[in-house]
Design a protein around this ligand. Structure first.
Ligand code: HEM
Length: 195
């Protein structure tokens, strides 16, 4: 019997949500101008800010020692400043105390989004932005994008989990895609609301 790696399974079950999110991102034309791009960064900032406590969680850091350095909340915050955009207020509905296994699913999505970022970063040059200004959060992670992802999934795939935990990982990954959809929607619809 061939067993599917955990990371491959998560990829499979999130294929449709990823495709939908990809479409939703593009539907908002994030590279049309800086204003549109700044709304995208608002969504990215909110998502990363909500996950900050997971990136610093002791049990998770024990498994992924480089986890704190992987969080991009600070880069996204600096990008907002570069784009003259206020740091948004928190949005109700952030993930709260997920189980260890659910947190793995959330982190999988957040870390995986760095792969798509390799494509997105190519588009920001037209807006006069770079990995150093305005689009830091899409930048190449230290040690390389592919390496960072491989080491994350290698560790994830090596963990011993119960059947119940496996289900929780999937639940966390799906919830993460849902949440990003919500934050994206929020970012583009709240654009005209004064702070
Ligand atoms: C919040 C989560 C995510 C967001 C917002 C996101 C967004 C995107 C977008 C907009 C693209 C299209 C880029 C382009 O065509 O210019 C893309 C592509 C891609 N994403 Fe994601 N993504 C997310 C999560 C993930 C995850 C979890 C993985 C892997 C497990 C992943 C892997 C990829 C890959 C490999 C591509 C390249 C082309 C493709 O295969 O579709 N992304 N992503």
């Amino acid at each position: 019997m061939t067993s599917t790696l955990r990371s491959q399974r998560i990829n499979q079950i999130t294929h449709a949500p990823h495709a939908e999110l990809d479409q939703a991102v593009k539907a908002n034309d994030p590279f049309a101008n800086r204003e549109n791009f700044s709304r995208f960064v608002v969504a990215q900032y909110l998502f990363q800010a909500e996950l900050q406590s997971l990136y610093q969680d002791a049990a998770l850091v024990e498994v992924f020692p480089d986890l704190p350095a992987r969080c991009r909340a600070e880069q996204a915050r600096l990008d907002l400043a570069d784009l003259d955009t206020d740091v948004p207020a928190p949005v109700a509905g952030a993930v709260q105390n997920p189980s260890f296994a659910e947190a793995l699913g959330w982190l999988f999505v957040s870390e995986g989004s760095k792969l798509g970022a390799a494509f997105l970063i190519k588009r920001v040059a037209a807006l006069g932005l770079t990995e150093e200004v305005g689009a830091r959060h899409l930048g190449e992670p230290a040690g390389g994008r592919a390496e960072g992802w491989k080491s994350f999934t290698r560790t994830l795939d090596g963990l011993e989990l119960s059947a119940e935990q496996e289900a929780d990982v999937d639940k966390g990954a799906l919830a993460a895609f849902n949440r990003f959809r919500e934050l994206l929607q929020h970012a583009y619809t709240s654009a005209d609301t004064p702070a």
